[in-house]
Every structure is written in C-alpha cells, then in structure tokens.
Design a protein around this ligand. Structure first.
Ligand code: FES
Length: 889
C-alpha cells in the first residue's frame, strides 16, 4: 500500500495514519496533542497537511492507497502556524524558554519560526503545584491538550486527572482539585513524559543545563523488566524515562523505575571495602579485604571441607554475575551450596511448572494477555508490586475482559473484578481444587487436549471427589455462588489467562498451589496451544528468573541441568577445567540451620539483606553469628552487612554490563550508565578478583564472554549472546540456536516432560503451618507496597519516603475498634517468633481477623514475625500465613 508525500512515494501498513507514514520517512511534523500511546485527540491542529486537495490533521487521517499528501501548501501551513500562535498567545513568555529537547511546543515554534506571537491578550496566572516529590505542575504552561489525562486513563488506568474549567481557563487538575500529592496519582510519570510544554515536569527537568547522553538499559526493580532510557547530565543520572519502543513496557513505567534513582549517589553508599577489626567494621583496601577473605575461606575449607562454605547469590545481580557466582562456588570452593532468593519466592513455580509442563518458566509472554477475554489473577497485587503489568490488566478489564481475583485482600484489581474470591490465607489448594471440580462437573474442559496431550486426569478426578463446593466453602470461607461464578467465567472464556504471584507460592504447600493452579490451565487446554494465554508467574525481583536460570541453585547447573547427571557434570567440567561436585548443596533455610548446627562455617552473601528479608530473622541473625566468616556485597550497610566480617562495596544495575531475565523469560540487556562510586566494583569483578586471590582464574574476561560460555554449556541459552541482543533486542528462552528466534510461547511442539504430556496434579488440601488460635488470633499476610521495594534499601534513599515514610499494620476497622486502635496509633504485633511495634492503618482492604504489613523498613522488621515453616517440596518460606496477636503498643 502506497501514497505520495510531496511527490515522493511512501509505503504504509494497515492502520497507520498520515502522520505515521510521514514520520516513517523521516519527515518532521509538529504535533502537540498526539502521542502514540493514547487515542488520537486531533484537537491542536498544528499537524495540518493537504490531503487529496483538502486540509486535514495528519495525526487523525488514516493513510489510504494512492493518497496524495502535501506539506508545502502555503495556506495549510499558515493555518497550522495560526493554530500554534493562538496556543502560544495564552502562555507566558517563559513557555518558549524551556529547552527544545524537553518541549514539543518549543520545537514546533522553531519549525514555524514563532518567537513572539502576533496575538496579544491575557496570559495565564494560575500558579504552581509542586506538592508531589516527582510530578511538578506549572498550570500556566498547560495548553489543555489532554495528553496527561489520557495517559492517566488509557495507559495507567488510574483516572487521577481531568481537565477542569472552560475555554481560556481550562487546565489539568487532579480530579478533586486537591494538591497533587494528595490525589490518587501513583507517580508512573506518564503525564510528565507526554506533556508537550513542560507544564508537567519533574525536578531534574527544571534544571536548565543540557542533558549529555542517554543509555538504554533494563530496570533493576521488579521482574517486569521495563526498558528504560537513562538520561545523563555530567556523569550523573538526570532523568529516567520509559523507552517508547520497549517490548515489555511500551513506553510506560512505575514510580520506582521512573523516578526512584537517587539512591545511586546517596551519602551513605558504600565506596570502600570494610573489614571487622576489634569488633568494628573499618575501611580497608581491596587487596587487604580480598586477601583476608581468601585466607579465611582456604582455612575453613582445609579444616571443615568445602561443604562448610555456602553462598547466597543475588536476584538483583546480572545473569553473568550469577553464572560466575555458581562457577566460583563449584570450581574454586568445591561445593554445590549456592542458592538464590527464588528459594524465598518462586522456587515453587520452578518446581511446579517443571512438574506440570517440563520447564521452569511461565508458559506465555505478557503480550499474549492482549488477546485474553478473562484473567484469573491469583495471589498477586500487580498494581502495587508489578505496576506496569497491573496497569495492563486494568486496561484489559476496562476493555471488557473478565477478571477473577483470588486473594485474601481487597486489592485495587479485586475491586474491579467480576468475582473476588476472598479466601482464608493458606487455603489456595482447596480453592483451586474446587474450581477444577466445577470445571469438570460443568463440562468446561478441553476433552481432546486432555486425551491427546495431558496425563493424570483419573487421579485428579478421584481427588476432586472430596472438593464439592460446599466442602471448599467450609475450608476457604468462600461462598459456593462465588466459586461457581468464577468457574463459569474461567470455564466459558474463549481464551483465559492465569497470572499469579507470591500469594500462591509463599506457603507451606506452595508447590501444590502452583500445580493445582496449573491444573485449571490444563483442563481448559490453554497451555501449549496456538493462540492460548497460558499461565504466567509474576517474578518478584528484577532477575530472580535469571539467577535460577544461571544455576545459582544447589541442585541444578545453568539451564536447570541436574547436578546429579554425570554427563552434565562432565560437560561442565571439561569447559571449566575443574571437576563439578556431585552432591547437591544446601538450600537457603538449610544453610541457616547448618550454621546454627556448626556445620556451615562461612556464608558469602551477594546483594541480599537476608537479616531483613528472610523469615524469622532472629534465626537468621543467630545463624550469621554462628559463622566463622560472613562476607557480603552490598550498596549500603544493610542489617546483614552490620553482622558481616567483610563488606565489599558493590555496583548497582545502573553501573553494570550484562543481562537480566524478566518474568516472561525475556533475556534483556543491561548497560552501564554510570561508573560505580569510589572503589565500589561490580559483583562480576569482585568474584574474579577473589578467585585470583584464591589462586584461580574463572576465565570469563567480561560479561559478554561469560554469557558466551554459559550459552555453549546451556541448551536453553545456546543462541543468546550480547551481540545478538544488541542487534535484535530481547530474546525469550529457550533460544537454542543463533539462527532461530526465542520462544515467547512454550510447549507448542509438545511438553518438555519425559512423556511429552502436561501433567495434572492430584494434590489434596493440607492446612498451613500456622492457624489462628486463642493466643494468636489474627493471621498476618505480608507483601509489597507501591512506592517501596523489597527491603527498601534503594527506595528509602529516594523521595519515595515523602510518599510513604513508614510501615504500617493494616487492620480491619472492626478489629481496630475492638482493640482500641486508631489510625497511626502504635500496635505491638507478636507471633511465636518475634515481636514488632508499628503504626496502625485501619482499612477494609484486609478482612476481619487478618492483618497485613510489608517489610520495606529496617526499623520495622516485619520478618521478625514470620515463621520458619517452609514449602515441603522446595523450602520456600510461608510468608503469607503467620498467626499473630495484637495489642496497643
Ligand atoms: Fe494533530 Fe494535534 S497533533 S491535531
């Protein structure tokens, strides 16, 4: 299909506008109300062109075959110029002082040669709203184009903004006219990114100094894996914006990735190695620190054997660093005792999905959600923990897709759901079995799929005999009507999707939870079928998928190749030039137990604050104190670092070269925008230098060669290299060959199980590790809050703390009234494992008898409360169910 622009032929694709085609051939067309991410407005009229002899807005005119477009018609140009002059006439002169790279208005004026307006009249005097730490409003620069309002509604789905006033007085405002900081704004920055005039800006953009460069990289917060453009000024991060062409986030971001970057140069950033002398951590040189660690590790290995040393690698670190970490532990130390924090979150996903389908990743990619007509969201609160995915789900629902939410709390998405299964914490398996029973009873199953591609239906049917709706209702607290409605919605959907999170996995029977949830997808035949939407686990940390993919696990080498397979070990040993230990190592909880038992003498922790993030922290701290040597890499003096013997200053994701794997198995490039401060080093360099100090050479000169070595040894990564990622963009694993693309959808050619079938699981419901009782009558559920992340080590060193300065205990108003608790009043929370006092927040988001808290603040160590109960299959802690007692503090 082809049209002509100023006499030159140009091809176009179905659905493109004249503006799209003009941009595709490199033609600049000034625009003010247009943004690819939102529906066309067509209101500013400065993109006027001549189309087939008439005047038309390029941004709203569909391209058509044979169309003749001219930009050089002087009348049309005059009309566009006039439209722009009218807009400028209402603005104060400083509107044209904004640097051109930050103002589409200034670029448009430059294009038309407008420096002063021929119109005179009253300019706005509407004032500023600088109440929000990140989003700054200069009302006088607002041209009422509506882009910010559309970004907030059509992309973010928060509907916080509207245009108020009439005619000349029209201006953007948070809905109720309150100060911006008090509005429902979630700080995604979409309005700032889209504003064409600088009316909506951010503090760094108010700095008139020019930006000096941009580096495109992958976000280091949650597992969504947003692509970000890091704009620099004088060697520092000025602004981070979402990459418009990003395959995952499509020009969208959340408050953390978009704004929370000032931690990189926080005053208390570690810049020098620390070593404990005379009971105090003291600054030292790298040679001294690494020499000490090498000597201690050598002595411990000589005296107690290599299995007395363990390493916790990092879901925050790159793939290449995790690859090197497990290679270090296996070849330099000689043990398989290495694990990563997926043990604490999605180990049940890896185990459950592998048992059901043969591979440890989600079966589909995020893009597949675009075609679903029903999302079943279980145990996940993505609008807070994975905001870009949460916003996408919200848009699906607003567009008509059904939504089933299975969650004890009334999350934002639960409030939008067709049915909210607000079950008792710890009863997932019963609920999932109940839904499976209803799917079978009501004939909502893919009979051919089950016959040809699945196994285990008879065993499942036998177990489901005990899961009639009435019994499921007794266990879960759900009504049979709600269960039936959810089963009908999921069962009758043409293309249902399952998205789930830690509310499924972090249980004493988390692997059973994953498997019984996967049963629903198998019964409907929505996995491994063309056009299906499958089942997607939302991974918690930026590279928790990759850390496990890279073999930072005690029983698996890179690519989930079993350590117990002698042929696998031999292949790695040949390339590594060192034998690979045969005996599986310890998992994280086992490491702590072994340390307390005196069997593990050294613990090496990369980028994890285990003394804050792991459950039952008194046990963790005791384990650390029992070790002869604790080494950690960190950005800051975390609680774990405070207990360490050696603390090595590490780089963060903005200072690293490598790759991350996001939640839908996309391998994405991470590129350094900054140098690490002071003497801080990347985890990659620290491990290489430590190996040298121990007389070994890990062999990988840099991250790219580490990935090459991993690819050569790991079939699922066989076709992946930095060069290819730089050239082609992100690739989904498995990607076995350099001449084949990765696989966004798994199992289309058969399941990777030994018999090639998807396996239904016949798992009975088993009660959680703890139940409420007379002594501890409430159930504590833990999770995340929007503006902070994990232990808060990064977000607490940003203006995010202005939005959420402290942790709270969320309590139902009826419970609060009975206990005499009011908002902000201190409440002492006590479990069998510890006690913490924090402010009360009354909310109906929690049910009566349940309370909620996150663990983002070191001063409110919520994990002092959580129990040591773990998933029997994987050792994943039961973060989601802890019996507690409350009393006014
Ligand atoms: Fe086309 Fe505004 S950009 S009408």
């Amino acid at each position: 299909m082809r049209l002509t622009i100023d006499g030159t032929a140009a091809d176009y694709r179905e659905g493109e506008t004249v503006l799209d085609v003009m941009r595709s051939i490199g033609s600049y067309v000034p625009t003010l109300c247009q943004d690819d991410r939102i529906s066309p407005r067509g209101s500013c009229r400065i993109c006027l062109v001549e189309v087939d002899g008439t005047t038309a807005a390029a941004c709203t005119t569909p391209a058509s075959d044979g169309m003749v477009v001219r930009r050089d018609n002087p009348h049309v140009r005059l009309a566009a110029r006039g439209a722009l002059e009218l807009i400028v006439s209402e603005l104060p002169p400083r509107a044209l002082d904004v640097p051109a790279d930050r103002s589409e208005l200034v670029r448009a004026c430059d294009h038309f040669g407008i420096t002063t307006t021929s119109f005179t009249g009253e300019a706005h005097r509407r004032g500023l709203d600088h109440s929000h730490p990140y989003v700054k409003l200069d009302r006088d620069l607002c041209i009422a184009c509506g882009r910010c309002v559309a970004m907030c509604s059509e992309v973010q789905g928060t509907f916080a903004l509207e245009l108020v006033g009439r005619g000349f007085d029209t201006v953007v405002s948070p809905g109720a006219g309150e100060p911006w900081v008090d509005s429902p704004c979630v700080g995604c920055g979409g309005c700032v990114d889209s504003c064409p005039t600088g009316a909506l800006s951010e503090p760094e953009l108010l700095d008139p100094r020019p930006l000096t460069g941009t580096v495109t990289t992958t976000c280091g917060y949650c597992g969504v894996g947003c692509t970000l453009d890091v704009h620099l000024r004088g060697g520092e991060v000025a602004v981070i914006t979402p990459t418009r062409s990003a395959p995952v986030n499509r020009g969208h971001a959340c408050i953390k990735g978009r704004f929370a970057h000032t931690f990189t140069r926080a005053d208390d950033r570690l810049t020098t190695p620390l070593i404990r002398r005379d009971g105090q951590l003291q600054e030292t040189s790298w040679d001294d620190a690494l020499g000490f660690v090498a000597d201690q590790l050598t002595a411990i290995r000589a005296q107690h054997g290599p299995d007395a040393i363990g390493m916790i690698s990092s879901a925050r670190a790159t793939n290449e660093e995790n690859y090197l970490a497990q290679k270090f532990v296996r070849t330099v130390i000689g043990t398989n005792t290495i694990d990563n924090c997926s043990r604490l979150c999605h180990a049940p996903s890896a185990a459950g999905l592998t048992a059901s389908f043969g591979l440890a990743g989600g079966t589909n990619c995020l893009d597949d959600l675009d075609r679903t007509d029903c999302v079943l969201l279980a145990g996940a609160n993505p609008t807070e923990a994975h905001p870009v995915v949460g916003a996408r789900i919200k848009q699906l629902v607003l567009g008509g897709a059904g939504l089933i939410v299975i969650d004890p709390r009334e999350t934002e998405l639960a409030a939008l759901a067709d049915v909210h299964l607000r079950l008792r914490p710890g009863t997932n398996v019963a609920a999932f079995n109940g839904l499976a029973r209803l799917l079978l009873d009501h004939g909502h199953i893919a009979t051919d799929f089950l016959t040809e591609r699945a196994a285990g239906l008879d065993e499942l049917t036998a177990v489901l005999h005990d899961y009639a709706p009435e019994r499921v209702s007794e266990i879960t607290g759900l009504t049979t009507a709600d269960l039936t409605q959810a089963a009908e919605l999921y069962g009758q959907a043409t293309n249902p999707a399952i998205v789930y999170g830690l509310g499924v996995t972090e249980h004493a029977h988390g692997t059973d939870g994953v498997r019984t949830l996967a049963n629903l997808a198998i019964l409907r035949g929505t996995v491994g079928t063309p056009g299906c939407c499958g089942i997607l686990p939302l991974r918690g940390q930026n590279n928790v998928q990759g850390a496990s993919d890279m073999g930072a696990l005690p029983d698996l080498l890179p690519g989930y190749q079993p350590i117990t397979d002698p042929r696998v070990r031999e292949r790695f040993a040949r390339v590594w030039g060192s034998p690979v230990p045969e005996r599986p190592g310890l998992r994280i909880p086992q490491m702590f137990d072994a340390a307390v038992a005196g069997e593990l003498r050294a613990l090496y922790v990369i980028g994890e604050d285990i003394a804050q993030s792991d459950p039952c922290t008194s046990h963790v701290e005791h384990a650390l104190r029992c070790c002869d040597l604790v080494v950690c890499h960190d950005l800051f003096l975390s609680r774990t670092a405070e207990l360490a013997d050696v603390v090595l200053p590490a780089a963060n994701f903005l200072e690293k070269d490598g790759t991350f794997v996001n939640f839908d198995r996309r391998v994405q490039r991470v590129r350094p925008a900054l140098d690490p401060p002071g003497a801080a080093k990347t985890d990659f360099d620290i491990l290489r230098h430590l190996a040298h100090a121990l007389g070994n050479d890990l062999g990988c000169a840099g991250p790219a060669t580490a990935m090459d070595e991993c690819a050569a040894l790991t079939p699922t990564f066989g076709g992946i290299s930095h060069a290819r990622l730089d050239h082609e963009g992100p690739l989904h694993w498995p990607c076995p060959d350099t001449d084949r693309p990765g696989q966004p959808v798994l199992h289309l050619d058969g399941f990777a199980t030994p018999d090639g079938r998807a396996h239904l699981a016949a798992c009975p419901y088993l009660p959680p590790g703890e139940q409420a009782d007379a002594e501890f009558p409430f159930l504590l559920v833990t999770g995340r809050r929007l503006v902070h992340y994990n232990t808060g080590s990064m977000t607490r060193r940003t203006p995010d703390t202005e939005l959420l300065p402290a942790e709270t205990l969320d309590v139902h108003p009826a419970d609060a009234a009975l206990l005499g608790l009011t908002d902000t009043a201190p409440v002492e929370v006590t479990s069998r494992w510890g006690s913490v006092t924090m402010p009360t927040r009354t909310t109906r988001e929690v049910s009566q008898g349940q309370v909620f808290a996150a663990f983002h603040f070191a001063t409110t160590p919520t994990n002092a409360l959580t129990s040591p109960h773990t998933d029997s299959a994987t050792g994943c802690p039961e973060y989601k169910v802890t019996a507690v007692a409350l009393r006014p503090g």
